[in-house]
Design a protein around this ligand. Structure first.
Ligand code: SAH
Length: 217
């Protein structure tokens, strides 16, 4: 990509090694982290910390998630590269870029306009071209491009938004943090014959999912 990419190449390689050491095994996921310039997705003030394995503030009270958490999330989706994916909560756009590297097409929704615009610019700077971004309430999904083979919700909600279940392909997988504000359970959701199955996969702390099928603003 750009020349500045090389400046951060060593840090990025070290982050990938940390993810591997913590048990991330999916080679496609590790490759996505090795190729995605996280420093382009964090505000200038915290850029020197871009390759730490920690969450960072991105403005408007929102955060870019911890890379290890995102890696676990992405491993759970087990993407093959051919999928159409819906992401709810674009935030910085970093996870969107990772999804772009792991799937065929990514549709992402962010409710905060300024974050969406900043993410759009960062995705462009990073050379990501298979992402479409919508500003709005992601708990309603994006029906125009449904069904999705995978849905990733990057904010924690009180319930599984019904429109997202409707927009999930029959064999699709959705991951969503469910529970109260400040403490959720990361949950894997699958469509079954008669409805949905929900499997808890671990504790999580995400910012609140705000919207019609989420928390009040
Ligand atoms: N994974 C992101 C971090 C996401 S933080 C990254 O890598 O940067 C969660 C984001 O979800 C925030 O930006 C928040 O504004 C957004 N959000 C919360 N509720 C939403 C909703 N109903 N629809 C779309 N975005 C929402």
């Amino acid at each position: 990509m750009t020349g500045s990419r090389d400046t951060y190449g060593g840090y990025r390689a070290r982050l990938v090694e940390q993810l591997r050491a913590q048990g991330i095994r999916d080679l496609a996921v590790l490759r996505a982290f090795a190729e995605t310039p996280r420093h382009l997705f964090v505000p200038e003030g915290v850029r020197h910390r871009a390759y730490e394995d920690s969450s960072l503030p991105i403005g408007r009270g929102q955060t870019i998630s911890q890379p290890f958490t995102q890696a676990r999330y992405l491993e759970t989706l087990a993407l093959q590269g051919t999928e159409r994916v819906l992401e709810v909560g674009t935030g910085s756009g970093y996870q969107t870029a990772l999804l772009g590297a792991l799937a065929s097409q990514v549709f992402t929704i962010e409710r905060v306009r300024v974050l969406a615009e900043t993410a759009q610019a960062a995705l462009k700077a990073a050379g990501v071209t298979n992402v479409s971004l919508l500003i709005g309430d992601g708990t309603l999904g994006w029906s125009a491009y449904a069904p999705y083979h995978a849905i990733l919700v990057a904010a924690g909600g009180p319930e599984i938004p019904p429109p997202l279940v409707e927009q999930l392909a029959p064999s699709g997988r959705m991951i969503i943090p469910l529970g109260a504000k400040g403490a959720q359970t990361l949950t894997l959701v699958r469509r079954t014959e008669g409805g949905v199955s929900a499997t808890p996969i671990g504790a999580a702390r995400f910012v609140p999912l705000v919207g019609e099928h989420g928390f009040d603003a």
